[in-house]
Design a binder for this molecule. Structure first.
Ligand code: 0WD
Ligand code: CA
Length: 379
């Protein structure tokens, strides 16, 4: 039962803000679903094959529905048509900050003075960081480190790679490296570069390329601005406006036993739901592959139906626990990270079965807002 949550920390009924930090126990977060405003896309950007930033949608791709049992070979091209992004390079929030500087007029409605909020938001971060927060009460394997800096009234949240994650990255097996390629290869089989073209499975897979949406929303009293990578969109010109036209693509091992189905519901659907619910992406298209990397089935999961799908599972995750934990974490951050200083970092840490704790860093070790951003916002 390695996914079972340890019962240490403050006892039930106690204020979730215990003296050691913020409780991650599920029972603390079983209350009404918090207000989560419909996310609004306020912009987008693209990263090209050399990871260069463009303030436009040039990397947008279009979903082409495959047949139900397609036999896509996900191994194809791994050796000779794969350009892999260098994951030793930590980009932190840089692309989002570049987008903010190019689109400041869309964000700031008030007059900006030295003391007021330069942007009209409380938090700026990646969607992926928020996904990790949503799944924390159910995460028994991987911890996280989130660096927070308050600058001109806005709290910026940027992940720091944990020692464990670094070791895992540096010691991946060849099998694992190849399996990481499979997800990108599935995208190539199902995405076209423009509305009227078809996917090109003979092309190169370059994981530097990305299309990212930037959305604004509110979780209870937290105004959020975040960006997330989007795989593709519905190519029907009558499709709803973004983010409702977006499609998230996934691959997963085919389900052959009741145990596998239960694990899929309890662990994988949690991650899929959290990731797409946040930016308001309405559906996930999953390619189920065999052990040998051949997609044997394709299924669409509407995000709004996932919480019903899992209701028969015992001991299953609950969307309300995810959202309330995230909300309380953001309140915790607001309480702790009070000094407005672009060089100061509050480092929040989660280790499975523990409360969230934090340390304060004034020594530049974790400083992540780049000078080009700080200077431009200040001037
Ligand atoms: O340098 C860093 N520490 C990070 C960079 C941490 C987190 C994100 N990023 C940025 C990159 O600029 C990237 O373009 O990640 C962007 C995507 O951000 P996200 O949407 O917030 O991340 P997430 O929801 O975790 O992942 C979405 C997709 C993944 O698809 P699947 O279906 O596997 O969830 O983005 C890809 C991946 O294809 N991806 C990444 N791409 C670049 N850098 C990263 C990453 N670190 N993590 C996932
Ligand atoms: Ca994906």
């Amino acid at each position: 039962q390695h996914h079972q949550q340890n019962q240490s920390g403050p006892t039930p009924g106690q204020n979730p803000l215990g003296s050691q930090g913020l409780s991650t126990r599920r029972e603390q977060y079983e209350r009404n679903f918090p207000v989560y405003k419909q996310p609004v896309e306020v912009g987008c950007f693209s990263l090209d094959s050399k990871r260069r930033f463009f303030n436009d949608s040039r990397q947008m791709r279009y979903y082409v529905e495959p047949e139900k049992n397609p036999n896509f070979d996900l191994k194809d091209g791994y050796k000779d048509r794969y350009v892999k992004r260098d994951d030793r390079v930590k980009e932190k929030l840089d692309h989002i900050l570049r987008w903010i500087l190019a689109n400041r007029s869309k964000l700031s409605s008030r007059e900006t003075t030295a003391s007021s909020c330069a942007l009209d938001v409380d938090f700026v971060t990646w969607r992926g960081h928020l996904t990790k927060l949503l799944t924390t009460p159910y995460e028994a394997r991987e911890g996280w480190l989130l660096a927070v800096t308050k600058f001109k009234g806005t709290l910026y949240i940027s992940e720091v790679e944990t020692e464990a994650a670094r070791r895992e990255r540096e010691n991946r097996t060849e099998r694992h490296e190849e399996m990481m390629y499979w997800g990108y290869k599935f995208e190539q089989y199902t995405c076209a570069d423009n509305v009227h073209s078809l996917p090109d499975p003979g092309g190169v897979v370059n994981t530097n390329e990305a299309f990212c949406t930037v959305v604004q929303t509110r979780l209870a009293d937290h105004r959020l601005l975040f960006s997330g990578e989007v795989d593709c969109r519905d190519k029907d010109p009558k499709a709803p406006a973004p983010p409702a036209c977006y499609v998230e693509l996934k691959t997963s091992a085919e389900i052959c036993t009741p145990k596998q189905r239960s694990n899929f519901h309890r662990f994988k659907l949690l991650k899929w739901w959290a990731q797409s619910f946040l930016p308001g992406v309405p559906r996930v298209v999953a390619g189920f592959r065999d052990h040998d990397g051949v997609v044997v089935g394709v299924e669409t999961f509407p995000i709004s139906k996932i919480s019903h799908l899992i209701k028969n599972e015992q001991n299953c995750w609950k969307p309300t626990v995810c959202m309330n934990f995230c909300c309380d974490f953001l309140s915790f951050v607001k309480r702790i990270a009070t000094e407005d200083n672009p060089d100061l970092v509050y480092l929040f840490s989660y280790e499975p079965h523990r409360d969230v704790t934090y340390t304060v860093h004034k020594d530049f070790k974790y400083t992540f807002l780049p000078p080009w951003y700080v200077e431009e916002i200040t001037s």
